[in-house]
Design a binder for this molecule. Structure first.
Ligand code: ZN
Length: 129
């Protein structure tokens, strides 16, 4: 069994985590704005800052922010501006979302599963016979 920590400490940790996440989302928003204005160097610096914040405070970067930062150059990935997004299919069930950073050319792949009903297995076909 894990030792139960005092509740107050947990609550403080929760508050701390919340503050860090807020700070991350503010930095991310500023980074996106600066990309739109054309200052990609500043956006990269902010992306690095978000990564560094996550390392130092040991607070996980929220998934939407983590996925929209380039792993290689830390620029925010905005479709049409700094990234191109394609869907590649390997088989009928497995598809990948391929995000290519247009600043450095790094390719991110995310698995994306879609339920594909096989013919004859759906409930409607069974009820017909
Ligand atoms: Zn990149």
């Amino acid at each position: 069994m894990k030792k139960n920590k005092p509740r107050r400490l947990n609550r403080l940790k929760e508050k701390y985590r919340d503050l860090v996440k807020q700070r991350m989302s503010i930095a991310y928003r500023i980074a996106v704005d600066s990309v739109k204005k054309g200052d990609s160097e500043y956006a990269k610096k902010l992306g690095e800052y978000i990564r560094e914040m996550s390392k130092r405070t040991r607070v996980r970067t929220p998934k939407p922010i983590k996925r929209s930062l380039c792993k290689n150059c830390n620029i925010p990935l905005i479709p049409g501006l700094t990234a191109s997004i394609r869907v590649r299919s390997q088989s009928r069930k497995h598809r990948y979302i391929v995000v290519r950073c247009s600043a450095c050319g790094y390719i991110h792949r995310y698995l994306y599963r879609k339920k594909v009903e096989e013919p004859g297995s759906s409930a409607q076909d069974k009820s017909m016979f």
